[in-house]
Design a binder for this molecule. Structure first.
Ligand SMILES: [Zn+2]
Length: 286
Protein backbone atom coordinates (compact mmCIF):
# COMPACT_ATOMS: atom_id res chain seq x y z
CA UNK A 1 0.00 0.00 0.00
CA UNK A 2 1.38 3.41 -0.93
CA UNK A 3 1.97 5.90 1.90
CA UNK A 4 0.86 8.80 -0.27
CA UNK A 5 -1.61 7.89 -2.99
CA UNK A 6 -1.17 9.47 -6.43
CA UNK A 7 -4.86 9.41 -7.22
CA UNK A 8 -7.17 12.21 -6.07
CA UNK A 9 -10.12 10.77 -4.16
CA UNK A 10 -13.41 10.92 -6.13
CA UNK A 11 -16.08 13.35 -4.89
CA UNK A 12 -18.06 10.49 -3.37
CA UNK A 13 -15.04 8.89 -1.65
CA UNK A 14 -16.63 9.31 1.76
CA UNK A 15 -19.84 7.57 0.69
CA UNK A 16 -17.92 4.73 -0.96
CA UNK A 17 -15.94 4.19 2.23
CA UNK A 18 -19.11 4.19 4.28
CA UNK A 19 -20.45 0.99 2.68
CA UNK A 20 -21.57 -1.40 5.41
CA UNK A 21 -19.26 -4.38 5.97
CA UNK A 22 -20.97 -7.70 5.38
CA UNK A 23 -19.63 -10.76 7.17
CA UNK A 24 -18.77 -13.20 4.42
CA UNK A 25 -19.28 -16.41 6.37
CA UNK A 26 -21.72 -16.31 9.25
CA UNK A 27 -21.41 -19.94 10.29
CA UNK A 28 -24.66 -20.86 8.61
CA UNK A 29 -24.35 -23.96 6.44
CA UNK A 30 -21.18 -25.15 8.16
CA UNK A 31 -21.14 -28.18 10.44
CA UNK A 32 -22.10 -27.05 13.93
CA UNK A 33 -19.53 -27.37 16.73
CA UNK A 34 -20.97 -29.61 19.41
CA UNK A 35 -18.75 -29.18 22.53
CA UNK A 36 -20.67 -31.86 24.41
CA UNK A 37 -19.87 -34.50 21.78
CA UNK A 38 -16.14 -33.73 21.91
CA UNK A 39 -16.13 -33.52 25.70
CA UNK A 40 -17.72 -36.95 25.99
CA UNK A 41 -15.40 -38.40 23.36
CA UNK A 42 -12.37 -36.98 25.20
CA UNK A 43 -13.31 -38.23 28.68
CA UNK A 44 -11.72 -41.60 29.26
CA UNK A 45 -9.52 -41.34 26.16
CA UNK A 46 -6.21 -43.14 26.47
CA UNK A 47 -2.82 -41.81 25.39
CA UNK A 48 -1.42 -44.11 22.71
CA UNK A 49 1.58 -42.17 21.39
CA UNK A 50 3.85 -39.26 22.15
CA UNK A 51 6.27 -37.39 19.93
CA UNK A 52 8.79 -34.86 21.20
CA UNK A 53 9.79 -32.26 18.62
CA UNK A 54 13.37 -31.08 19.23
CA UNK A 55 14.09 -27.32 19.09
CA UNK A 56 14.80 -26.00 15.56
CA UNK A 57 13.57 -29.25 14.07
CA UNK A 58 10.31 -30.98 13.15
CA UNK A 59 8.67 -34.38 13.56
CA UNK A 60 5.67 -36.07 11.99
CA UNK A 61 2.88 -37.65 13.99
CA UNK A 62 -0.09 -39.80 13.08
CA UNK A 63 -3.61 -39.10 14.30
CA UNK A 64 -6.21 -41.55 13.01
CA UNK A 65 -9.77 -40.27 12.43
CA UNK A 66 -11.64 -40.05 15.70
CA UNK A 67 -8.49 -39.55 17.80
CA UNK A 68 -7.35 -36.44 19.62
CA UNK A 69 -3.94 -34.84 19.31
CA UNK A 70 -2.56 -32.35 21.80
CA UNK A 71 0.32 -29.98 21.22
CA UNK A 72 1.91 -28.98 24.49
CA UNK A 73 4.50 -26.44 25.54
CA UNK A 74 7.31 -28.01 27.56
CA UNK A 75 10.39 -26.47 29.15
CA UNK A 76 9.84 -22.93 27.85
CA UNK A 77 7.87 -20.63 25.55
CA UNK A 78 7.99 -21.99 22.01
CA UNK A 79 6.04 -21.48 18.80
CA UNK A 80 5.14 -24.43 16.56
CA UNK A 81 4.45 -24.49 12.82
CA UNK A 82 1.84 -27.11 11.99
CA UNK A 83 1.12 -28.86 8.68
CA UNK A 84 -1.66 -31.43 8.20
CA UNK A 85 -2.31 -33.93 5.44
CA UNK A 86 -4.81 -36.67 4.71
CA UNK A 87 -2.81 -39.78 5.66
CA UNK A 88 -3.90 -41.51 2.45
CA UNK A 89 -3.45 -38.61 0.01
CA UNK A 90 -0.94 -35.83 0.61
CA UNK A 91 -2.69 -33.60 -1.94
CA UNK A 92 -5.43 -33.06 0.62
CA UNK A 93 -3.78 -30.63 2.98
CA UNK A 94 -4.62 -27.80 5.35
CA UNK A 95 -6.05 -24.73 3.58
CA UNK A 96 -5.06 -21.77 5.74
CA UNK A 97 -6.62 -19.15 3.42
CA UNK A 98 -10.11 -20.63 3.45
CA UNK A 99 -9.91 -21.48 7.14
CA UNK A 100 -9.03 -17.83 7.81
CA UNK A 101 -11.99 -16.65 5.72
CA UNK A 102 -14.41 -19.06 7.39
CA UNK A 103 -13.25 -18.52 10.98
CA UNK A 104 -10.74 -15.71 11.62
CA UNK A 105 -7.08 -14.71 11.40
CA UNK A 106 -6.44 -16.67 14.63
CA UNK A 107 -8.17 -19.86 15.68
CA UNK A 108 -9.26 -21.45 18.94
CA UNK A 109 -11.76 -23.89 20.43
CA UNK A 110 -14.67 -24.65 18.11
CA UNK A 111 -12.81 -23.69 14.92
CA UNK A 112 -12.00 -26.26 12.26
CA UNK A 113 -8.92 -26.66 10.13
CA UNK A 114 -10.28 -27.07 6.58
CA UNK A 115 -8.65 -28.96 3.74
CA UNK A 116 -7.69 -27.62 0.33
CA UNK A 117 -9.88 -27.71 -2.77
CA UNK A 118 -11.33 -29.87 -4.21
CA UNK A 119 -11.86 -31.62 -0.87
CA UNK A 120 -12.86 -28.76 1.44
CA UNK A 121 -13.86 -30.55 4.61
CA UNK A 122 -12.83 -30.21 8.25
CA UNK A 123 -9.56 -32.09 8.79
CA UNK A 124 -9.43 -31.30 12.49
CA UNK A 125 -11.52 -29.48 15.08
CA UNK A 126 -9.95 -27.50 17.92
CA UNK A 127 -11.47 -28.89 21.12
CA UNK A 128 -9.39 -27.22 23.86
CA UNK A 129 -7.01 -24.28 24.11
CA UNK A 130 -5.45 -23.09 27.37
CA UNK A 131 -4.55 -19.76 25.72
CA UNK A 132 -8.15 -18.91 24.85
CA UNK A 133 -8.07 -16.30 27.63
CA UNK A 134 -5.68 -14.16 25.56
CA UNK A 135 -8.27 -12.92 23.08
CA UNK A 136 -7.19 -9.76 21.24
CA UNK A 137 -4.61 -7.56 22.97
CA UNK A 138 -4.09 -3.79 22.79
CA UNK A 139 -1.91 -4.18 19.68
CA UNK A 140 -4.65 -6.17 17.95
CA UNK A 141 -2.65 -9.38 18.24
CA UNK A 142 -4.01 -12.84 18.98
CA UNK A 143 -2.63 -16.36 19.45
CA UNK A 144 -2.55 -19.36 17.03
CA UNK A 145 -2.47 -17.48 13.75
CA UNK A 146 -3.22 -18.65 10.26
CA UNK A 147 -1.97 -15.44 8.66
CA UNK A 148 1.75 -16.12 8.70
CA UNK A 149 3.09 -18.69 6.28
CA UNK A 150 6.20 -20.19 7.94
CA UNK A 151 9.82 -19.07 8.09
CA UNK A 152 11.63 -20.33 5.02
CA UNK A 153 15.16 -20.39 3.61
CA UNK A 154 14.18 -18.62 0.39
CA UNK A 155 12.95 -15.43 2.05
CA UNK A 156 15.87 -15.64 4.43
CA UNK A 157 18.35 -15.79 1.52
CA UNK A 158 16.66 -12.78 -0.02
CA UNK A 159 16.92 -10.80 3.21
CA UNK A 160 20.23 -11.94 4.63
CA UNK A 161 22.16 -13.31 1.66
CA UNK A 162 22.97 -16.48 3.56
CA UNK A 163 21.59 -19.98 3.85
CA UNK A 164 19.87 -21.14 7.03
CA UNK A 165 18.66 -24.75 7.05
CA UNK A 166 16.51 -24.87 10.18
CA UNK A 167 13.65 -22.63 9.09
CA UNK A 168 10.25 -24.25 9.65
CA UNK A 169 9.88 -24.86 5.91
CA UNK A 170 13.04 -26.97 5.82
CA UNK A 171 12.25 -28.66 9.13
CA UNK A 172 8.80 -29.69 7.85
CA UNK A 173 10.31 -30.85 4.55
CA UNK A 174 12.88 -33.08 6.26
CA UNK A 175 10.29 -34.51 8.66
CA UNK A 176 7.83 -35.40 5.89
CA UNK A 177 10.57 -36.88 3.68
CA UNK A 178 11.69 -39.07 6.56
CA UNK A 179 8.17 -40.14 7.56
CA UNK A 180 6.98 -40.93 4.02
CA UNK A 181 10.39 -42.18 2.86
CA UNK A 182 10.27 -39.87 -0.13
CA UNK A 183 12.98 -37.62 -1.60
CA UNK A 184 13.34 -34.10 -0.15
CA UNK A 185 12.29 -32.48 -3.45
CA UNK A 186 9.04 -34.42 -3.43
CA UNK A 187 8.35 -33.76 0.24
CA UNK A 188 8.96 -30.03 -0.17
CA UNK A 189 6.07 -29.70 -2.62
CA UNK A 190 3.66 -30.93 0.02
CA UNK A 191 4.74 -28.41 2.66
CA UNK A 192 2.16 -25.65 2.90
CA UNK A 193 1.08 -22.55 4.80
CA UNK A 194 0.92 -23.46 8.46
CA UNK A 195 -1.14 -22.95 11.52
CA UNK A 196 1.21 -21.02 13.82
CA UNK A 197 0.53 -22.80 17.09
CA UNK A 198 1.10 -20.59 20.19
CA UNK A 199 2.39 -17.75 18.00
CA UNK A 200 1.23 -14.23 18.85
CA UNK A 201 0.77 -12.05 15.78
CA UNK A 202 -1.35 -9.40 14.19
CA UNK A 203 -1.49 -6.66 11.61
CA UNK A 204 -0.32 -3.23 12.76
CA UNK A 205 -3.20 -0.82 13.27
CA UNK A 206 -1.67 1.97 11.16
CA UNK A 207 -0.25 0.14 8.13
CA UNK A 208 -1.82 -3.33 8.46
CA UNK A 209 1.61 -4.95 8.25
CA UNK A 210 2.26 -8.36 9.75
CA UNK A 211 3.96 -8.33 13.14
CA UNK A 212 4.82 -10.85 15.82
CA UNK A 213 5.41 -10.49 19.54
CA UNK A 214 6.59 -12.81 22.31
CA UNK A 215 4.19 -15.71 22.70
CA UNK A 216 2.26 -15.81 25.99
CA UNK A 217 2.60 -19.62 26.04
CA UNK A 218 4.16 -21.23 29.11
CA UNK A 219 5.09 -24.85 29.89
CA UNK A 220 1.91 -26.84 30.51
CA UNK A 221 -0.17 -24.84 28.02
CA UNK A 222 -1.68 -26.89 25.24
CA UNK A 223 -4.04 -26.85 22.31
CA UNK A 224 -6.00 -29.98 21.51
CA UNK A 225 -7.57 -31.15 18.25
CA UNK A 226 -9.97 -33.88 17.18
CA UNK A 227 -8.84 -35.60 13.97
CA UNK A 228 -11.89 -35.61 11.70
CA UNK A 229 -10.06 -37.72 9.09
CA UNK A 230 -6.94 -39.93 9.16
CA UNK A 231 -4.12 -37.41 9.52
CA UNK A 232 -0.40 -37.07 9.24
CA UNK A 233 0.78 -33.96 10.99
CA UNK A 234 4.17 -32.31 10.99
CA UNK A 235 5.17 -29.88 13.68
CA UNK A 236 8.24 -27.65 13.61
CA UNK A 237 9.62 -26.04 16.76
CA UNK A 238 10.35 -22.70 15.10
CA UNK A 239 13.94 -21.36 15.28
CA UNK A 240 12.32 -18.12 16.48
CA UNK A 241 11.56 -19.72 19.88
CA UNK A 242 8.79 -17.56 21.36
CA UNK A 243 9.09 -15.35 18.25
CA UNK A 244 9.58 -12.27 20.41
CA UNK A 245 12.54 -10.96 18.43
CA UNK A 246 13.74 -12.86 15.39
CA UNK A 247 13.61 -16.10 13.48
CA UNK A 248 15.61 -17.87 10.75
CA UNK A 249 18.75 -17.89 12.87
CA UNK A 250 20.35 -19.55 15.88
CA UNK A 251 19.88 -16.38 17.98
CA UNK A 252 16.59 -17.14 19.78
CA UNK A 253 16.25 -19.42 22.79
CA UNK A 254 14.33 -22.48 21.61
CA UNK A 255 12.52 -25.29 23.39
CA UNK A 256 10.99 -28.62 22.42
CA UNK A 257 7.26 -29.18 21.86
CA UNK A 258 5.32 -32.31 22.69
CA UNK A 259 2.54 -33.98 20.69
CA UNK A 260 0.32 -36.56 22.36
CA UNK A 261 -2.22 -38.77 20.61
CA UNK A 262 -5.31 -39.96 22.48
CA UNK A 263 -7.70 -42.76 21.51
CA UNK A 264 -11.30 -42.44 22.79
CA UNK A 265 -12.71 -45.35 24.74
CA UNK A 266 -14.74 -48.02 22.93
CA UNK A 267 -18.16 -46.74 21.83
CA UNK A 268 -17.44 -43.09 22.69
CA UNK A 269 -17.86 -42.02 19.06
CA UNK A 270 -21.07 -43.90 18.38
CA UNK A 271 -22.97 -42.34 15.48
CA UNK A 272 -20.00 -40.19 14.43
CA UNK A 273 -18.53 -40.41 10.93
CA UNK A 274 -15.65 -38.66 9.18
CA UNK A 275 -16.92 -35.75 7.07
CA UNK A 276 -17.01 -36.59 3.35
CA UNK A 277 -15.04 -34.54 0.80
CA UNK A 278 -17.02 -31.84 -0.98
CA UNK A 279 -19.75 -33.24 -3.22
CA UNK A 280 -19.21 -30.63 -5.94
CA UNK A 281 -19.39 -32.31 -9.39
CA UNK A 282 -16.14 -30.65 -10.55
CA UNK A 283 -17.70 -30.11 -13.98
CA UNK A 284 -16.98 -26.35 -13.67
CA UNK A 285 -19.88 -25.53 -15.94
CA UNK A 286 -18.59 -27.56 -18.89
ZN1 LIG B 1 9.41 -20.82 11.92
Amino acid sequence: MRDSPETTPPPDAKARRAAVPVRVYTGEGFPRFDPEFYRKARSGARKIAEVVVPPRDARCFHAPAGHFFRIESVEGPQVGDLNLWNAHDLSERFFSGKTRAIHATHVSTGDRLWSALPYLRPMATITADTLDWYGWDADGAGVHDIIGTRCDPYTNLLLNGSEYHHCCHSNLTRALAQDRKIPLEEAEKHVHDVMNVFMCTGYSRDTHEYFMKASPVRPGDFIEFFAEIDLIGALSACPGGDCGASHSSDMAKCHPLKVEIYRPREGALQGWRSPAPSGYSRSHGV
